[in-house]
Ligand binder design. Structure first.
Ligand code: NDP
Length: 292
């Protein structure tokens, strides 16, 4: 039987609708407008597309949006000064520095210069520590989006076996923490993992965050498993290009119980969660109740 398609696009639209409702209430009841600032260094085409979409959807949700574009050869002090100004700006509740940064800049230093309360990407060391110890934090957007899709499909995740393929700080590790927080039994696989196919076949929940086009095939998937494909890979398609995930959709969908497509799965959830995190940051900064 073919897998159920998890429609991240529709789910994300629903999340954005709830964000917009909350923003409207913040305005009406408290005169507050949540503000998101995105800092983009250089001209990486994929980053430019992400930043444009983030700005557009922020405005559509009724929030204040700022873009700060810096040249690819900007010096570290100028970038840190930009972040410091945004940290001090009361109009801004969320700050996102678009990654990857050019190699002459120290990403850890820059990310850790963001006020943790405004760190809507959840990459600041304080937020990483809070998440790891099960305390209230800013949760990274992509794994948060994956968790929302999983909870929606599976309800209670307690006791399920989850395998996360990929151990990056922005997807794999926080994804594993979130699944552990929901009482899954979690294994993180990576490029040195032995017999990875057999390991993946033990997973009730299989999350692929690898960055390798269509690496995970149907024979890696336990029948009936829920497969979350985080990958976004642009590959040649005749004269043009197309987007594919880290999973081979056709073969995985034959075995899985449910699967996220690429595009239209995890991708739209990332920006929706960014908007939700910005509203959360605004509420926390003003001592107001947070969105559910
Ligand atoms: P990274 O390159 O930072 O990490 C990739 C991880 O995959 C590493 O831990 C690496 O292992 C592991 N890996 C690489 N090759 C293999 C292999 N052959 N077998 C097993 N594991 C392997 O990537 P990201 O986490 O940043 O992103 C992963 C994917 O998700 C990319 O396609 C990216 O475009 C996409 N993405 C999508 C987002 C969205 O909004 N949907 C947001 C962010 C990312 P090791 O550590 O051992 O090298």
């Amino acid at each position: 039987m073919a897998a159920e398609v998890i429609d991240g696009k529709a789910f994300a639209a629903d999340v954005r609708g709830k964000v917009a409702d909350h923003v409207a209430r913040l305005k009406a009841d408290h005169g507050l407008v949540p503000g998101l600032a995105v800092v983009l260094v250089g001209e990486d085409p994929a980053s430019q597309v992400y930043v444009r979409n983030k700005g557009k959807q922020t405005v559509e949700a009724g929030m204040h949006s700022e873009e700060h574009r810096l040249d690819a050869d900007v010096d570290e002090k100028t970038l840190l000064d930009t972040v410091a100004r945004l940290n001090a700006d009361p109009k801004i509740h969320g700050i996102l520095v678009q990654l990857p940064l050019p190699s002459h800049l120290n990403s850890d230093l820059v990310i850790n210069s963001i006020d943790p309360a405004k760190d809507v990407d959840g990459f600041h060391i304080s937020n990483v520590g809070l998440l790891g110890t099960g305390q209230k934090s800013m949760v990274p957007c992509t794994p948060l989006g994956c968790l929302m899709l999983l909870r929606d499909r599976l309800g209670n995740l307690s006791g399920l076996n989850a395998v996360v393929v990929g151990r990056s700080n922005i997807v794999g590790k926080p994804m594993a923490q979130l699944l552990l927080g929901d009482s899954c039994t979690v294994t993180i696989a990576h490029s040195r993992t032995k017999e990875i196919e057999a390991l993946c076949r033990t997973a009730d929940i299989l999350v692929a965050a690898v960055g390798r086009p269509e690496m995970v095939t149907g024979d890696w998937v336990k029948p009936g498993a829920t497969v979350i494909d985080v990958g976004i890979n642009r590959v040649p398609n005749g004269e043009k290009t197309k987007l594919v995930g880290d999973c081979d959709y056709a073969s995985c969908a034959e075995v899985a119980g449910a699967i996220t497509p690429v595009p239209g799965g995890v991708g739209p959830m990332t920006i929706a969660c960014l908007l939700a995190n910005t509203v959360t940051a605004c509420c926390r900064a003003n001592g107001l109740e947070e969105p559910a």
